[in-house]
Design a protein around this ligand. Structure first.
Ligand code: NAP
Length: 428
C-alpha cells in the first residue's frame, strides 16, 4: 500500500501542530483511510522545538517542497499573501493538491487559485482558515448542500471575542483588556488585523462564497472593529437585554448580498451571545435545516491541525480531486450578485449620547429622530441631574442612510457633547 506523501511548508504553530497530529494519530488515520499519511519533507527557516522531525527531510527552501516530485500534497502554512501566493501557484501548477490555513490568501486570490486547481485536476482546500477546529466549510458544502442558505452570522475572531467578553465581565476598558490579551498570546503585538475586523472579513468573504455561490469579494466587504466599544456601551446593552459581539454577517436577499463585519447587539438569551472568550461560533439560517449553530475553538495548534488533517484525509479518500468544487458550487453556476454597500442595509440601532442637562434636550433629540422616521423603541437616561449625562436609545429598524443623517444632526446639537456612539442590532 502506497503512503500519501506530504510536504509541509512552514513550521510555526500550525505546521508543528500538523506534524504532531499526523504522528500521534497515524494509526487511527490509517484505520480510516487505509493509507499511511507520511510527512516526507518539511520546508522551514528554522527548526521548531515543539515537534520531532526525525526521519523527515528538512529543507530551508520551501519551493524545494513544491518542486519535489515525491510530494503528493503540499501544506501551505507560512501565512501572508506574497510568498504564499507564489508557493501555492507553483504547487498547483506542478499538479499537487494543496491544503492551506491561510484565509487572507483564499479571500484575496481564491478565485484565480481555484481555477488553477481545477485546470490542474487537483484540490485546493482551506477548512483550517475559517474558525480553526470547527468544520464549518464541510458543514456548509456537504451537510447543508441541499438547502438554500439565507443568512450566516459568526463570531469568527477569537481575539476580539476574548476582549469583548472580558470588557463585559469585569467592566474594563478596551485598551486594558488588549494589553492582557497580548500578554496571554491571544493578540499580536500589532493587533490591527484582529481588533479592526480584517481577519474576520477574510473569513466572512470565504463563508459568503460557500454559502451563496458568489465570487470572493473581499474588496466589497464592510469592516468595522471593536476599538471604539466602551464599558459603558456594554452596561447599557446589558440593561436593554443584549450583549455586544463582533459579528461577521452575510445575507442573500432579492437586492443582492450583504457582507459586513461590525460590533453587534445580540439578545442575551441567544446562544451566540453565550459564546465567550476565544471561542468561535457560526450560525447558519437555511430553508430546510432551519437554524444551525457550530461552536468550537477558532485557533491554536491542535484545532487548526485538526482541520488541516481533515482536508488531507478528504483528498486521500477521493484519490485525487475530491469531486466537490472548491467553493461547493459548480464553477459555471457561480453568480456575481451585487454586494450591497453598508448604506443600502437597514437594522435596529443602539445609540449613546453624552448630553448637557438643559431643558427640552430630550424633545430636541426625539424630534431629530422623528424627522428621519426613526422610532425610539426604548430609552435609558442616567444621572439626569448631573451636568453631563449619558442617554442610550434603541431604535426600530431603519435604513442606514437615515441613521447617518440623523447622527450628523444630533452631533451638531449644542447639548450633545462629542460623537454619538452607535451599534447595529441583529435579531436571530
Ligand atoms: N495559529 C493559529 O491558531 C491559526 C489558526 C487558523 C489559521 N492560521 C493560519 O495558519 C497560517 C500559519 O499560522 P501560524 O500561526 O502557524 O504562524 P507562525 O507560527 O508565524 O508560523 C509561520 C511559519 O512559517 C514560516 N515561514 C514564513 N515564511 C517562510 C518562508 N518564506 N520560508 C520558510 N518558512 C517561512 C515562519 O518562519 P519564521 O519563524 O522563520 O518566520 C514560521 O515558522 C497562517 O496563514 C494563519 O493565518 C493560524
Amino acid at each position: 500500500m502506497d503512503s500519501v506523501k506530504i510536504g509541509v511548508c512552514g513550521l510555526g504553530t500550525v505546521g508543528a501542530g500538523v506534524v504532531n497530529l499526523l504522528q500521534r494519530n497515524a494509526g487511527e488515520i490509517q484505520r480510516k483511510t487505509g493509507r499511511h499519511l507520511e510527512v516526507v519533507q518539511v520546508g522551514c527557516r528554522r527548526d521548531n522545538a515543539d515537534c520531532d522531525l526525525a526521519g523527515i527531510d528538512v529543507v530551508r527552501d520551501i519551493f524545494a517542497v513544491v518542486n519535489n516530485p515525491a510530494v503528493d500534497v503540499v501544506l501551505e502554512l507560512i501565512g501572508g499573501t506574497d510568498t504564499a501566493l507564489a508557493l501555492v501557484q507553483q504547487a498547483l501548477g506542478n499538479g499537487k493538491h494543496v491544503v492551506t490555513a491561510n484565509k487572507a490568501l483564499i479571500a484575496q486570490h481564491g478565485d484565480a487559485l481555484f481555477a488553477l486547481a481545477a485546470s490542474a485536476g487537483v484540490s485546493l482546500k482551506f477548512e483550517a482558515g475559517i474558525a480553526g477546529g470547527i468544520p464549518i466549510v464541510k458543514a456548509i458544502r456537504e451537510g447543508l448542500a441541499g438547502n438554500t442558505i439565507t443568512r450566516l452570522a459568526g463570531i469568527i475572531n477569537g481575539t476580539s471575542n476574548f476582549i469583548l467578553t472580558e470588557m463585559e465581565a469585569a467592566n474594563r476598558s478596551f485598551a486594558d483588556v488588549l494589553v492582557e490579551a497580548q500578554a496571554l498570546g491571544y493578540a499580536e503585538a500589532d493587533p490591527t488585523f484582529d481588533v479592526e475586523g480584517i481577519d474576520a472579513a477574510h473569513k466572512l468573504t470565504i463563508l459568503s462564497s460557500i454559502a451563496f455561490g458568489v465570487p470572493l469579494r473581499f474588496d466589497a466587504i464592510y469592516t468595522e472593529g471593536i476599538s471604539k466599544i466602551t464599558a459603558e456601551d456594554m452596561r447599557f446593552a446589558s440593561e436593554f437585554g443584549y450583549r455586544i459581539k463582533h459579528l461577521g454577517i452575510t445575507t442573500k436577499g432579492k437586492r443582492g448580498i450583504e457582507l459586513r463585519v461590525h460590533p453587534t447587539l445580540v439578545e442575551k438569551s441567544h446562544l451566540l451571545a453565550q459564546v465567550n472568550g476565544v471561542m468561535n461560533a457560526v450560525l447558519v439560517d437555511s430553508d430546510a435545516a432551519g437554524q444551525t449553530l457550530y461552536y468550537g475553538a477558532g485557533a491554536g495548534a491542535g484545532p487548526t491541525a485538526s482541520s488541516v488533517v481533515a482536508d488531507i484525509i478528504d483528498i486521500v479518500r477521493n484519490q485525487g480531486s475530491d469531486g466537490i468544487p472548491n467553493l461547493g458550487f459548480v464553477p459555471a453556476a457561480m453568480q456575481a450578485l451585487p454586494i450591497l454597500g453598508i448604506h443600502e442595509t437597514q437594522s435596529c440601532q443602539y445609540l449613546r449620547l453624552s448630553v448637557l442637562d438643559r431643558p427640552g434636550v430630550l424633545a430636541r433629540i426625539s424630534s431629530i429622530l422623528g424627522q428621519h422616521n426613526i422610532s425610539i423603541e426604548s430609552l435609558i437616561q442616567k444621572d439626569a441631574r448631573k451636568a453631563l449625562a449619558p442617554i442610550a436609545i434603541m431604535t426600530d429598524e431603519i435604513p442606514e442612510q437615515a441613521i447617518i443623517a440623523a447622527l450628523a444632526e444630533l452631533e451638531a446639537l449644542d447639548e450633545v457633547i462629542g460623537s454619538v456612539s452607535r451599534i447595529r442590532v441583529e435579531s436571530f
